[in-house]
Write a protein that binds this ligand. Structure first.
Ligand code: AMP
Ligand code: MG
Length: 484
């Protein structure tokens, strides 16, 4: 028998009992091979730099790990506004929870590990393409400092699966703070199991908000915290132009973590109606909708907690969403612009900026990155000049030098983002030539998207200009479908 990774499994979710999951081992796979491994995600669970000698056997599901108690979680959720009672981990398996040396618990989860009780006739697998997309998306958001599940690795498997056509399959190894979704609560609420809603809330409070365990109104505080974390997360998405694409309630976690990457995308030219999801023809989950959808989803979660908190109390909490979101968003924008006085003049300035961005179709990310270089409005086009004049006047109100401002702005406005055409290039090489070097290159580049790192760029052959330029015209606004 091959020895397993020495992971310190301390499984907690399994104690909730069988109503909450199905115990299920991952299905064995043929010839697993490594597509890409993220060392910084490995560190979270104390894995050695390259993942350890039996990494592929252990994390493909071929070799059970000591201490793991694999299970598929039960949940339901609202998808595109309609309730779907039969979701659950159809192809996902929580191997267990690992307590690291710093006493932090991480869920280790496989996506694409074979069909479970919740598979509804689907094959339980994930495509190599969608796995690479999730891998890069997660690691890129993490590099931007946005809460997200991590992707430890993509493991290719020699199995063809059928979507619109035969496709290569893979397993994504996800490391996450939490896999409890809004939809986990909905499942027990809509199947009329109020006791289990309460048990799930107790579990979440105990493990994620232990400081409020003894508060008489802990369920209300718990809801308020989810609301705050959700608003904060979405304000961060908005600030970097990230569009999740499928903000169904089963894709929202109670820890405010970006979760379940499908047809996500980063905005190229500023366009409030941008959605990367080609199936979302009405733009339900478009850029400008995300904050409102966050609220819609919180309302669905609130419904499940009504017996615990009270309807009026929840309404009071819900009323706070918009002001809380606005505050976070204003702060994000302040940081992007290098301004700390966030008064009415600042708000006017940002409103005009968005009009300018939209009418000129300026590249959203590079606009902010370039802005840090301006000390006067002379060297720019007419359209920008009057706005820049106003901007620079507001800069003068702040008591910091241009250099200090630039330093601050460069630390929050990425030079590199995961542009769709870059993902596409990496996917083409991976799928057509089994060449994964571009996947690795992007992952390395986006680990720290704010800085050039010359030695690393040389080692990985990264051309800074190519990766930082505006998206070429022919690739603008590309979409991806939901099929995965
Ligand atoms: P997702 O689009 O990954 O959020 O998945 C939505 C729901 O469909 C979840 O319940 C998944 O477990 C399930 N699902 C998606 N693809 C598959 C598949 N190939 N096999 C089994 N279940 C799947
Ligand atoms: Mg999902």
């Amino acid at each position: 028998m091959i020895p397993s990774q020495n992971l310190n499994f301390k499984n907690r979710f399994i104690d909730l009992g069988p109503e909450f999951y199905e115990e299920k081992q991952p299905d064995p796979v043929t010839d697993p091979y490594l597509v890409d491994y993220s060392p910084s995600a490995g560190q979270l669970i104390d894995l050695p730099k390259e993942g350890g000698e039996n990494f592929l056997a252990n994390f493909s599901g071929n070799q059970p790990m000591e201490g793991a108690q694999p299970l598929a979680m039960a949940y339901s959720g609202h998808q595109f506004g309609s309730y779907n009672a039969t979701l659950g981990d159809g192809r996902g398996i929580l191997l267990g929870e690992v307590l690291n040396k710093e006493n932090i618990s991480w869920d280790v989860h496989l996506k694409g590990a074979g069909p479970t009780r919740f598979a509804r006739g689907f094959d339980g697998r994930a495509t190599l393409q969608s796995s690479i997309r999730e891998h890069l998306g997660s690691e890129a958001l993490n590099g931007l400092g946005i809460p997200t599940t991590r992707s430890l690795a993509v493991i290719g498997i020699r199995e063809l699966i059928y979507r619109q056509k035969p496709e290569l399959a893979a397993i994504l190894v996800r490391v996450a703070d939490c896999h409890i979704r809004f939809g986990s609560f909905e499942f027990f609420h809509y199947t009329k199991q109020p006791k289990n809603v309460e048990r799930l809330a107790d579990f979440a409070i105990e493990h994620y908000h232990s400081d409020i365990c003894n508060e008489p109104d802990r369920y209300r505080i718990f809801f308020r915290r989810i609301l705050t974390l959700t608003a904060k997360l979405i304000s961060k998405w908005q600030s970097v132009g990230f569009v999740h694409g499928v903000m169904n309630t089963d894709n929202m976690t109670i820890t405010g973590t970006t979760f379940d990457y499908g047809p996500y995308g980063f905005m190229d030219g500023f366009n409030t109606r941008y959605t990367p999801n080609s199936s979302d023809t009405h733009g339900r989950y478009a850029y400008q909708q995300q904050s409102e959808i966050g609220l819609w989803n919180l309302n669905k979660l609130a419904e499940t907690m009504t017996p615990l908190v009270g309807a009026d109390e929840l309404q009071e909490e819900i009323k706070q969403y918009q002001p809380v979101f606005n505050k976070f968003y204003r702060e994000e924008m302040g940081r992007k612009l290098g301004l700390s006085i966030l008064d009415s003049e600042f708000i006017e300035l940002t409103q005009e900026m968005f009009q300018l961005l939209q009418s000129q179709q300026l590249d959203y990310s590079n606009f902010f990155r370039d802005l840090a270089n301006y000390t006067s409005a002379i060297d720019c086009s007419n359209e920008l000049r009057s706005w820049l004049d106003r901007y620079l006047k507001l800069c003068e109100r702040e008591s910091i030098s241009h250099n200090e401002r630039k330093k601050k702005m460069d630390a929050v406005n990425p030079k590199y983002i995961l542009r769709n055409h870059l993902v596409q290039r990496a996917l083409e090489k991976a799928l057509k030539e089994a060449d994964f070097s571009e996947v690795t290159r992007l992952r390395v580049l986006l680990e720290n998207p704010f800085e050039d790192r010359p030695e690393l760029f040389e080692k990985y052959n990264i051309d800074a200009d190519f990766y930082s330029q505006d998206t070429p015209q022919e690739f603008l606004g590309r979409q991806t479908s939901c099929s995965a």
